[in-house]
Ligand binder design. Structure first.
Ligand code: B12
Ligand code: SF4
Ligand code: SF4
Length: 339
């Protein structure tokens, strides 16, 4: 089959909602950085990262005969004053990005299949065994900064990524990652409150507050990290907020990223959230990953870390909460108020 024309694929990607698109040859990924990262324990308890390592490093195990990986990036930055002080990271304030990017990917695949029915593909957003930052870099959309985030020229790092593998060539490929623009800057390394950035874009998930607030399903978060959660309930944007390459964000026109009502709640309201309000406000957003008790546990830590004395009565009430996660967090927060 002749190579697919990028002149057809590029506008199609924009029509279905992606902000950036690029094309990389589906060559195996050198295993060193990923395997060393796993061996050092940097994946914390996200065992799913290591369990499909071979497929992550060689996409022809996901799609036999793979020739091309199309990388997509979607700008999610919204300038929303009502959510300006939200303790929820920007990517999680609107509708769940998984469904937003998946819908774009689905529409892209449908139109691709209509035009080229013989092409076979395999796609993913976040949860598939695909190294999305590597593909975005190879496809020329930007590079991985010292903060471990993928940085693009037009939108900084405020982009979510997706990838699609094809068993067909395209007529033009990128030359590789865009030029590294970090230079001698070290702002993110200096600003990370927990020292999770190890240099060269490596992140130790065990020490990353994004991991601790989103992925850590344990009863408790280690105490040294709780202390740093004074305005963090879900995800962490500190190393992106300080980045000079994010100074001129471009507000996305995509309405799905408009912050939802839950992003207008402060730490106190999130700690006091009733099950009914949770059911009304959270499903359909990425926050659902932390579940009702996990979200409240994090908010309770934030009250303790910020020494919010005015919330003592709420914390006393949460000491009797049916959830052990929340009860233990409330006990810690109360002790910390008086420390
Ligand atoms: C596991 C994971 C996490 C973990 C670990 C983070 C990490 N940086 O590895 C935790 C839970 C901590 C996390 C946090 C966040 N995450 Co996350 N996460 C992932 C996931 C599922 C896998 C990442 C992975 O494989 N890590 C392993 C390391 C070793 O690989 P790597 O990250 O690709 O980095 C290496 C390579 O890129 C390599 N490299 C760099 N350039 C090049 C070029 C070439 C050619 C090659 C071969 C290699 C190479 O060097 C890097 C360092 O070793 C991806 C989705 C996916 N399927 O890819 C989302 C993803 C990386 N996360 C995302 C987001 C948005 C976040 C948060 C910003 C959320 C938040 N606000 O709280 C934070 C950011 C934390 C940070 N500073 O990085 C986005 C990234 C968007 C962006 N612009 O960068 C992704 C891509 C999800 C998506 N679909 O958009 N995340
Ligand atoms: S997301 Fe937060 S905790 Fe994680 S590396 Fe960045 S600043 Fe550090
Ligand atoms: S803060 Fe500086 S070092 Fe860190 S990613 Fe941004 S430009 Fe690079």
């Amino acid at each position: 089959m002749p190579p697919l024309p990028t002149a057809f694929l590029r506008p199609l990607a924009h029509e279905v909602g992606f902000s950036l698109v690029g094309f990389a040859r589906a060559e195996p990924i050198p295993p060193r950085f990923f395997l060393e990262w796993l061996e050092a324990g940097c994946s914390a308890d996200m065992d799913w990262l290591g369990s499909r390592a071979a497929e992550r490093l060689d996409v022809s195990l996901l799609l036999p005969g793979a020739r091309t990986v199309i990388a997509f990036a979607t700008n999610y930055y919204r300038d929303a004053p009502e959510a300006a002080d939200s303790p929820i990271a920007r990517y999680a304030r609107g509708r769940d990005y998984h469904s937003t990017l998946r819908d774009s990917l689905k529409a892209f695949r449908k139109r691709l299949k209509q035009a080229y029915p013989e092409v076979r593909d395999y796609g993913g957003v976040d949860s598939g065994p695909l190294m999305e930052k590597v593909w975005a870099a190879r496809a020329g959309l930007g590079y991985v900064g010292k903060n471990g985030c993928f940085i693009t020229e037009p939108f900084g790092s405020w982009v979510m990524l997706a990838a699609l593998i094809l068993d067909t060539e395209v007529d033009a490929y990128a030359d590789g990652p865009a030029t590294d623009r970090c230079g001698s800057c070290r702002k993110c390394l200096m600003s990370c409150p927990t020292g999770a950035l190890l240099g060269e874009g490596r992140v130790d998930a065990r020490a990353c507050l994004s991991y601790q607030t989103v992925e850590n399903r344990d009863l408790q978060v280690p105490e040294s990290f709780r202390m740093e959660m004074d305005n963090l309930v879900f995800g962490c944007d500190i190393c992106q907020d300080v980045c000079p390459l994010n100074r001129r964000p471009v507000p996305t026109p995509n309405e799905r990223f408009v912050p939802r009502a839950v992003a207008q709640l402060g730490v106190v309201e999130l700690a006091a959230l009733s099950q009914e309000d949770y059911d009304r406000l959270v499903p359909g957003t990425a926050l659902a990953r932390a579940k009702y008790d996990g979200l409240r546990r994090n908010a309770v830590y934030a009250l303790g870390a910020a020494k919010q004395h005015a919330s003592r009565a709420l914390l006393e009430r949460l000491r009797e909460d049916p959830s052990e996660q929340v009860r233990q967090a409330a006990l810690w927060a109360l002790l910390h108020l008086d420390a």
